[in-house]
Design a protein around this ligand. Structure first.
Ligand SMILES: [Zn+2]
Length: 294
């Protein structure tokens, strides 16, 4: 398929034909189509990425409409799947996209197999550390760069906004990962991945983190963090510069900082799991959790 129009002229002035071709030819998956995943999908469509996989098991609700790019009130009224709504938006931007839409939780055979087989790069736009934990394993085992996006708004007990922003981590197999970055709460991940029996035991014995509260979310803040992530994707695939391992947007200070963290010498993901492929047994994560990745 050729780009039979001039839509990428301005972009080629930035990256060159070769850079543009590399972006276009990179197969990308986005896991989680909430506040950040929708921005990433939109930008990949504009960039001309030709092969995009969308994975999310959630449907659009009215409370999403302050931030879900491309979603309408009708989508919320009909509770349309986010994969369909974001997929429709992607196609409206670029009809040449080869689109694969899977309305499934990350922790299903279909989703994991799709991620293992298809994409060159995976965007993690999920809202929980269990999904991050699984993506971190999968990316290392199958040698795929993982770009993990998280945004957060912290409000104190009196409802006063204390901090807003987010961060992007570029996990490159064998060199840096989400565990090296210290960005996975292992206790939260463990609890989300436990079996129903384990969960019943834990709850009966009265320890746990409690249910997740409804968290604040604003389109502009998600947009900043998502744009940083897509910027690192471009750096990675065009070779413009090495991607930053971790960028953090501190909204209250109005700055973006980069982390000087490096691979942890004892990291078992970066040291032991890289390139193990099927021997890493990613499928053991199937059906352990029903939580939405979006
Ligand atoms: Zn690591």
């Amino acid at each position: 398929m050729t780009d039979h129009d001039n839509r990428y002229d301005r972009q080629k002035l930035a990256f060159g034909q070769e850079g543009h071709d590399k972006v276009a030819a990179t197969r990308v998956a986005i896991v989680g189509l909430g506040g950040t995943g929708c921005h990433v999908a939109q930008q990949l469509a504009y960039l001309g990425v030709k092969d995009i996989v969308l994975i999310d098991d959630d449907v659009v609700e009215e409370t999403n409409l302050n931030r879900l790019v491309g979603a309408t009130m009708q989508d919320a009224l009909e509770r349309r799947p986010k994969v369909e709504v974001i997929g429709r938006h992607v196609r409206a931007i670029n009809e040449h996209v080869q689109l694969t839409m899977l309305k499934r939780n990350l922790m299903t055979t279909e989703a994991l197999e799709l991620l293992i087989a298809g994409p060159d790069v995976v965007f993690g736009c999920v809202d929980n550390d269990a999904a991050r934990f699984v993506l971190n394993h999968l990316a290392a085992a199958y040698g795929k760069p993982l770009i993990d996006v998280a945004s957060e708004i912290i409000v104190d007990r009196d409802g006063k906004l204390k901090e807003f922003g987010g961060r992007v981590i570029v996990a490159l197999p064998g060199t840096f990962c989400l565990l090296c970055a210290g960005e996975i709460d292992l206790e939260a991940a463990k609890q989300a991945l436990e079996s129903p029996e384990e969960r019943a035991y834990r709850e009966k014995h009265g320890y746990g983190l409690g249910p997740q509260a409804r968290s604040p979310s604003v389109v502009s803040m998600n947009g900043v963090v998502s744009s940083l992530a897509v910027g690192e994707f471009i750096a990675l695939v065009t070779g413009l510069r090495p991607p930053e391992r971790m960028l953090t947007y501190h909204g209250m200070r109005g700055v973006v900082t980069k982390s000087s963290d490096t691979k942890r010498p004892e990291c078992r993901i970066c040291n032991d799991l890289v390139g193990k492929r099927d021997a890493a047994d990613i499928m053991r994560f199937v059906d352990r959790s029903k939580r939405s990745p979006g």
